[in-house]
Design a protein around this ligand. Sequence first.
Ligand SMILES: Nc1nc2c(ncn2[C@@H]2O[C@H](COP(=O)(O)OP(=O)(O)OP(=O)(O)O)[C@@H](O)[C@H]2O)c(=O)[nH]1
Ligand SMILES: [Ca+2]
Ligand SMILES: [Mg+2]
Length: 827
Amino acid sequence: MPRNLSGSESELRGAHAVPEAMLTVDTDKAGSEKQKDGQTQMASPDRRECSRPRSAGQDPRQSRGCPAQEQAAGQPAVLEKAQEFFQTCDPEGKGFIARTDMQRLHEELPLSLQDLEDVFDALDADGNGFLTPEEFAAGFSHFFSSQGALSQGAADQQVAQLPEEKVYQSRGNGGQDEEAQFQVLMDRLGAQTVLEDENDIKQLWLQLKKDEPHLLSNFEELLTRIFSQLQEAHEEKSELEYALKKKIVAYDEEIQHLYEEMEQQIKSEREQFLLKDTERFQARSEELEKELFAKEQELELLSQKQRTLEGQCEALHHDKHETKAENTKLKLRNQGLAQELERVSRELQDAQQHLGSLQQEACRLHQEKEMEVYRVTESLQREKSGLLKQLDFLRERNKHLRDERDVSFQGNVLCAVTGVDFHEATHFLRGAAGRRLWEGHAFLAGRISIAVQTTRIWEGGHTALDVATSSKRFCCPPLCTTQKDKAAQASTAASRASWKQRSGSVIGKYVDSRGVLRSQSEEEEDVFSIPRRKSSLGPSAYPLTEEEPGPGEPGAGGPRCRALRRIISIEEDPLPQLLDSSPKQPLSKGPEQEGVSHQGAEGPVQQALSLACSPSSPREQPVGKEALCQVESLPSTPDRLFKIVFVGNSAVGKTSFLRRLCEDHFSPGVAATVGIDYRVKTVNVDNSQVALQLWDTAGQERYRCITQQFFRKADGVIVMYDLTAKESFLSVRQWLSSVEEAVGDRVPVLLLGNKLDNEKEREVPQGLGEQLAKENNLIFYECSACSGHNTKESLLHLARFLKEQEDTVREDTIQMGRPAKKKSCCG
Ligand SMILES: Nc1nc2c(ncn2[C@@H]2O[C@H](COP(=O)(O)OP(=O)(O)OP(=O)(O)O)[C@@H](O)[C@H]2O)c(=O)[nH]1
Ligand SMILES: [Ca+2]
Ligand SMILES: [Mg+2]
């Protein structure tokens, strides 16, 4: 490349010189490939010739004729060339030229890579790194137009140069010639390419030519050699430069490649990362979706709940309104009630005061009653001792009378047997010696027996005396009526005398109402008519015999019965004392004693007396007395008293049961109860003392009438049967209906099956008793007076029941006041 280009030319060098070279290469390409090595340089002289005039200081642009016209004429050809060149640069037919495409031309064009770069930059108008055909053509035509102007200048120079050369050649040795010759030489040697300043060589050459022309050829040869060597060195340098550039390109390519690879890798990494990210994102989004779904469901649920709650709220609101309305109503009513309450509480206070006074009154009455009971008990006790004294007196009297009667009877007998006067006979008999004689003579006894038989026939069965069987009493025959009357009158008088002082005595009453005591023979008849068992005898035996309805009498309705009822009243509780004071009648004696008594008139009387004086025998000691003693000995006063009546067939064990209960004692041979017996037993029921008046009735049929009377005021009834005797159980129903008849069902009934100890003779199964009790709503126990099993328990059960019943009644009475009290508290 010429180094001596002007400023404007050097500016264009990158942009314009290259297309020229390209053009040259392109055009020569077809046929001149083989000239490549040296020919390029060899072909360049044309061009150099073109550029030379410039160095001669002539401005080609100034000498230009009309370049626009020439340009217009050459434009299509230029475009064609540009197209061809574009295709050369873009052999693949991409439709554009990249920077690398341009660099490929480095091998074909004598341009450095830097030059090619510059060319590319100059052509790339928009700077996007690609040359489109349009950009290429535009740049090319622009270059061509400027090149056209230059070539015009060159042509002009050539035209001017022709005469110059002619001058050089014609002159020969002239200065001009020398200059020309030197230039030719230089051109021939190709010094331009390697030499920067040829002035020194020129001076040397001129000097030599002038001084030593013969050496000129040597010098020229030397120069030729030097220049060829320089040329070689230059070429070598170019080659090296070229190789270096190639290397650089390869390196660049490699770098590019690596860069691309790296980019690829980065891209794939990024893609992978993106993929992963996407996956993660997808997973996360799925998760979130699920969560969202769950949340939505939750929300749905919550909204449902909210709806229901709203509904409830509404309902409550509604209720509230209703309640408010009701409240106001209730308030009004409350006010009314409060007024009412005030009124009622005032009334209640009054009632309470009244109740309090009533309670005080009741308390006072209760105390008074207790006092009365004690007073009565005491007076009865006194009465009893009085009665006992009376009894002693009566016994004395009785003895006396009997003696009298015996004397008169024996007198009669003596009269009848011996035929002596009655008075003599009695006189005889009254004498102690005579009586001993009477008693002592066996023959006389035989006579008496005969006499008695005779007397019986004579009396016509009027008396029931049977000397052989009875040792206790002798009935006065009608013969001695006067004596009997006398005796009776005396007895009555004595009784009256002694009883007048206790006008309250029931015995007194009885005697007063009756006037006279009944004939003892009648009583005996009653007693002896008991076929099965021996009987105990108390004063109650008198009325009891009266109770026995005769064939014409309709039972218990008679006046005697009424008199009895007045005497034995459960309300007045006189019977125990009556029983206590009962004289011990000789009837309680067993028949085995009778065999002895017939031996003497004195025997039975003494026995009777001895019996009266020794009340230690079980049957002779009245049960009520012992019980009373027991109660009196109790330190504490009973809180309440209940009257319990014992009923049941005869011999079921009522008396034995009571004896077991009160004395904790059992004696096998107990006599049947006559009339009624009485005992008191105090039991402790839940820390309160309960006194039980136990009325032991006689089970025998004849005493039923009396028993019936005692139901009326009973607080409780005990019906007993003997579990070894079926008929006693069968009678239970009758007993129950008797009870019910008298008192309805207000009285609790305890059903007892006795003699449990005698299991092997049992006739009534336990189940039957239980069933009966269940049917009739009774308390039921099986017990044994003999062993004491269930005696206390059953009675305690009944006592507790009675107590609780009474408590309930009391509670009910109190409660009539209590709710009002509570109300007043609330108010
Ligand atoms: N084995 C046995 N015999 C008894 C039992 N209780 C009473 N007895 C006997 O039964 C007989 C009648 O007894 P009482 O107690 O007199 O009968 P009761 O029911 O009072 O008879 P009345 O007074 O006639 O109504 C007597 O011989 C008693 O010994 C008992 O639990 N077991
Ligand atoms: Ca471009
Ligand atoms: Mg009895």
